[in-house]
Design a protein around this ligand. Structure first.
Ligand SMILES: [Zn+2]
Length: 72
């Protein structure tokens, strides 16, 4: 696995670490996206305690992890 070929611009190291953590788990990103997805009103369906406009941070992490996963 080559880290150098993956471009993850404009995200902090913590977010990048979370992306790799999720990408390393089989089905992890898809499981997250089952909960965190865009509702009809534009809010995230998984972030219910505080309404968050989609995409939320968790959604961004899972989406990027999924693109890493499928690009393998
Ligand atoms: Zn969310």
């Amino acid at each position: 696995m080559s880290v150098a070929t993956v471009q993850v611009p404009e995200v902090g190291n913590a977010v990048e670490a979370a992306i790799w953590f999720v990408a390393g788990q089989p089905g992890g990103a898809r499981r997250i996206l089952l909960e965190h997805h865009r509702r009809d009103d534009g809010q995230c369906a998984g972030c219910l305690t505080v309404p968050v406009s989609w995409p939320c941070v968790v959604g961004v992490i899972a989406t990027r992890a999924l693109s890493l996963d499928s690009g393998r």
